[in-house]
Design a binder for this molecule. Structure first.
Ligand code: SF4
Length: 410
């Protein structure tokens, strides 16, 4: 049994990748049949029979996580019809021989994929379908994505493409059949570790903690996160300058409906009803009461809560670090009306939770806590939603390093 990847050059602990491909096929029935006197003569070659059976019953366990999964589904449909080569898709690892990994695998998903792989009986094979499964593709350097499923389990067939079409999957299965036959005949060359391949598979930018990483890059990344914006702001007015009304984007220029204007102004003390940078700002300690009032006025759909991190600015424009949390509600039915407002929070300040007013706020607030790090006071179960429980930091904060290392998965 070959065990790869146990430890790495940078001293980080990695989970072992176990390749059981070289193990002998073992089954009580197989042993019995081999010992029946004369049976091998009768069938000419029991091995040939078993090979034939193995090659023509490659049942797939689908690990379809994103768009490539649609092509996998299409391959099982009538035009390509995988059934005709004895390949059917089973939604259980215990009755499948081939895991087809079709789609992006995230750090949160990787341990589940590995557990399912370990539940598949031997002999088993893996197909990496599409460039996300092969290498992480354009998500490769993202904090949450595993840079190739072969860092988690041994892969037998790689099917390139974004996405590969069903015919390509069919071709991959035909090549796998050849590989099964070669392995059964003992003619498959042993796995060849090629250190040179590491240079090809290494991420384009060395990750944090990698000794090969240029330290200047950390500084550069921090500067660009703290002082620059990913949006083109070249047409924005300098601080203090007013933008002419006809320059305002529609969503920002539009004022709340008249009855909401009156409510915000008279009951919640909002003086600026159409600020140039977004929705009206409401005091954090009043916004639960506002949500209740709006709900009573027919705004019964909780559309979103979205938090944004604004890091401290130290360049030409100086501004302290802050968070903004935007909310939107909608009325039900035809001619639906939308109302939105914002909270401005200091670092460490909590936003009162709206779960008591709208049940739908539960998961949305958890998501914002998970990704941006805004806490919601009074939330009944504020824990991570998207990222694994042991994840460090909040990846949508502007000062979060995009290539943060997450051993052992990336
Ligand atoms: S390889 Fe392309 S089609 Fe397949 S999962 Fe990735 S992005 Fe989607």
């Amino acid at each position: 049994m070959a065990v790869n990847g146990n430890g790495s050059g940078d001293g980080r602990k990695r989970l072992p990748v176990v390749d059981e491909g070289a193990l002998a096929y073992d089954h009580p029935l197989y042993d019995t049949l081999l010992n029946v006197p004369g049976l091998s003569v009768a069938t000419t070659s029991l091995d040939a029979l078993l090979n034939w059976g193995l090659m023509n019953s490659l049942w797939i366990f689908p690990m379809a996580t994103s768009c490539c999964g649609i092509e996998l589904m299409a391959a099982a449909a009538s035009r390509v019809d995988l059934d005709r080569m004895g390949t059917i898709v089973r939604a259980t690892p215990r009755q499948a021989e081939v895991m087809v990994i079709a789609g992006t695998i995230t750090v949160k998903m990787a341990p589940r994929v590995k557990t399912l792989w370990e539940q598949m009986p031997e002999p088993k094979w893996a197909i990496a379908m599409g460039s996300c499964a092969i290498s992480g593709d354009f998500y490769r350097n993202l904090y949450a994505v595993v840079p190739g499923i072969d860092t988690v389990l041994p892969v037998d067939i790689y099917i390139p493409g974004c996405p590969p079409n069903p015919e390509a999957l069919m071709q991959g299965l035909l090549r796998l059949k050849e590989k099964v036959a070669l392995r059964r005949a003992g003619k498959l060359p042993p796995h060849d570790d090629r250190p040179g391949m590491l240079d090809v598979t290494r991420p384009s930018i060395a990750r944090l903690l990698d000794p090969a990483r240029d330290r200047a890059l950390d500084q550069q990344q921090e500067d660009s996160a703290l002082n620059a914006s990913s949006f083109d702001r070249s047409d924005e007015p300098e601080d203090g300058e007013e933008r002419a009304p006809d320059q305002l984007p529609d969503a920002i220029a539009s004022t709340p409906p008249a009855e909401i204007e009156a409510l915000l102004r008279d009951e919640f003390g909002v003086t600026e009803l159409a600020p140039k940078d977004g929705a009206p700002v409401v005091a954090a300690d009043k916004h639960v009461a506002l949500a209740r009032r709006l709900r009573g006025m027919g705004y019964q759909i909780f559309v979103y809560v979205v938090a944004t991190h604004f890091p401290e600015k130290t360049g030409k424009v100086v501004a302290p670090e802050r968070f903004e949390v935007a909310y939107a509600l909608r009325t039900v039915g035809a001619g639906s009306k939308l109302v939105s407002w914002r909270l401005k929070l200091e670092p460490g300040q909590e936003a009162p939770s709206l779960v008591g007013v709208f049940a739908g706020a539960d998961w949305q607030e958890r998501e914002q806590w998970d990704l941006v790090g805004v806490r919601f006071a009074g939330h009944p179960d504020l824990r991570r939603l998207m990222m694994p429980d042991n994840w460090e930091g909040h990846p949508l904060r502007k000062d979060y390093p995009a290539d943060k290392a997450c051993p052992p998965w990336r």
